[in-house]
Design a protein around this ligand. Structure first.
Ligand code: TTP
Ligand code: MG
Length: 399
C-alpha cells in the first residue's frame, strides 16, 4: 500500500493578519475584523480577530457588540475580501509549486498530499518548513501546518500547533497523540454531538475509541461508526483535488429567514457567478445543475435538471437555477439557505460544438473578458445588474 502523508495548512488569524501586515501600527494590537461595532450597538458578527484580541475572549462568529464590550479599545475593521482573496491566491500559487495534489478547503486552508513530492526536500517536515518560509518571505504572513498519515490528524495537528507552528504526527505515534485529546477536537464532532457523547461519559478521543461500536451505532447510526473509526486513527479519505471533485457548489445562509424573492434571486445570481468562476478557473463544464433550498425549521430540498449543453456560463447557470427555484417556491415559504451546484464535468476542450455556434462564442468572449477583469481587480470589480438595481423589478422575467 502506498505510504500516505498529508499536510494540513491553515493561515493564522487570516483576515486580521493581512490587516496587520498592511498597517504596521496594527501589529501587536487587538484587531477585530467584522461588522461595524457602532460603539457596542452594532449588529452582525466577528469574522476573525488577531491573537492579541483573542486574549480578551473575542472569537469568530461572536456578536460584534460582545466583542466591543470585551475590548472597546480594539481596532475594529470592516471585511476587505478583495485584499484577502489576493493574499489567498498568492498562497495557493506557492502551494502549487510544491504539489498539484491540493484540496482547497477555504480561502486560508488546504490539504496537501505530499507523499509523491517530499523526497525532493528530504523529509516531509522539510517540505513544510520550506512552504512556511516561502509564505513568510513572499506573502509576509504566517501559516501553521500539521503533518500526519491521515487527514483528520493533520488537521488537528495544525490546529494544536498554532500560531506559526509545525507539528508532525508519525504513524507509530498516531493513537498516543489522539487519545488524550478532548472529543471536540475530532473532525465531525460539533457542540451537539459533544454534548451527547459527554452524557455517555465519553470525554476524550481515547474514551470514544474504547466505546463499543455496537453502542455507538445504536446511539448515532452511521455517524457513530465514522467517529469510532476516526478515534482509532482510521480515516481513508484522500485529498480531493478540484479537477477530481464530483461537483462544484456554493451556498448562502440568510441572516434571517426570508420570502423576499428579489433577495433570493440576487443571491442565486451571486452563487451562479461564484460556481461559474471556479469552473472556468479549472477549465471545466458541467451538465447537471442542482438547486438546494433549506426552509425555516431545517427542512432541506434539492431540485436538479440536466442542461442541454455542458456549461460554465454564469448566465445559463443563473437562469436555470431561477427556473428551478420558481418551480419549487410558494410565497408563504421562508427560505433559510440556498445553494447552487454543478456536476457531471467534462473538459471543455474535448467537446467543441462551442465554436460552431456564434451565440455561444459571443458568450464565451464576454465571460473571458469578465474573468480577466476579475483576475486583475478582484471578485467585486464587476457586479451584475440585478445586484445593483436600486428598485429591483420582479426577477422572474421570461428572458
Ligand atoms: P479560520 O482559519 O477559521 O480562522 P483564522 O485564520 O482567522 O484564525 P486561526 O489562526 O484560528 O486559523 O478562518 C479563516 C478566515 O475565514 C478568517 O480569518 C475569517 C474568515 N471567517 C469568517 O469570516 N467567519 C467565521 O466564522 C470564521 C470561522 C472564519
Ligand atoms: Mg486560519
Amino acid at each position: 500500500m502506498r505510504l500516505k502523508i498529508f499536510a494540513h495548512i491553515d493561515m493564522d488569524a487570516f483576515f486580521a493578519a493581512v490587516e496587520q501586515r498592511d498597517n504596521p501600527r496594527l501589529r501587536g494590537q487587538p484587531v477585530v475584523v467584522g461588522a461595524d461595532p457602532q460603539r457596542g450597538r452594532g449588529r452582525g458578527v466577528v469574522s476573525t480577530c488577531s491573537y492579541e484580541a483573542r486574549s480578551f475572549g473575542i472569537h469568530s462568529a461572536m456578536p460584534i457588540s460582545t466583542a466591543y464590550r470585551l475590548c472597546p479599545h480594539a481596532v475594529f475593521l470592516p471585511v476587505d475580501m478583495k485584499k484577502y482573496s489576493q493574499a489567498s491566491d498568492e498562497i495557493f500559487k506557492i502551494l502549487y509549486d510544491f504539489t498539484p495534489d491540493i484540496e482547497a478547503i477555504s480561502v486560508d486552508e488546504a490539504f496537501l498530499d505530499i507523499a509523491g513530492s517530499y523526497h525532493f526536500y528530504g523529509t516531509p517536515l522539510n517540505i513544510c518548513r520550506e512552504i512556511k518560509k516561502r509564505i513568510k518571505d513572499q506573502v509576509h504572513l504566517t501559516a501553521s501546518i500539521g503533518l500526519a498519515p491521515v487527514k483528520m490528524a493533520a488537521k488537528i495537528a495544525s490546529d494544536l500547533s498554532k500560531p506559526d507552528g509545525l507539528l508532525e504526527i508519525k504513524e507509530e505515534n498516531l493513537l498516543e497523540f489522539l487519545w488524550p485529546l478532548d472529543i471536540a477536537k475530532l473532525w465531525g464532532v460539533g457542540p451537539k454531538t459533544k454534548k451527547a457523547l459527554n452524557i455517555l461519559g465519553i470525554k476524550t478521543i481515547g474514551d470514544l475509541a474504547q466505546t463499543s461500536l455496537k453502542d455507538l451505532l445504536r446511539q448515532f447510526g452511521e455517524h457513530g461508526q465514522h467517529l469510532h473509526h476516526l478515534a482509532n486513527g482510521i480515516d481513508p479519505r484522500d485529498v480531493v483535488t478540484e479537477s477530481e471533485a464530483k461537483s462544484i457548489s456554493h451556498e448562502h445562509t440568510f441572516d434571517t429567514d426570508t420570502s423576499d424573492q428579489n433577495k433570493i434571486c440576487e443571491i442565486l445570481m451571486a452563487l451562479s457567478e461564484k460556481v461559474s468562476r471556479r469552473l472556468r478557473r479549472h477549465s471545466m463544464k458541467g451538465k447537471t445543475l442542482t438547486l438546494k433550498i433549506r426552509l425555516k425549521g431545517f427542512r432541506t430540498y434539492t431540485r436538479a435538471l440536466t442542461l442541454a449543453e455542458r456549461t460554465n456560463f454564469s448566465d445559463t447557470i443563473y437562469k436555470k437555477a431561477r427556473e428551478l427555484f420558481y418551480e419549487f417556491y410558494k410565497p408563504e415559504m421562508k427560505v433559510r439557505l440556498v445553494g447552487v451546484r454543478i456536476s457531471h464535468f467534462e473538459d471543455p476542450y474535448v467537446q467543441e460544438s462551442l465554436f460552431e455556434d456564434e451565440d455561444l462564442m459571443r458568450q464565451e468572449k464576454v465571460h473571458s473578458a469578465v474573468d480577466r477583469i476579475k483576475d486583475k481587480f478582484g471578485e467585486t470589480a464587476i457586479v451584475r445588474g440585478l445586484s445593483l438595481s436600486k428598485t429591483p423589478t420582479r426577477c422572474r422575467d421570461t428572458s
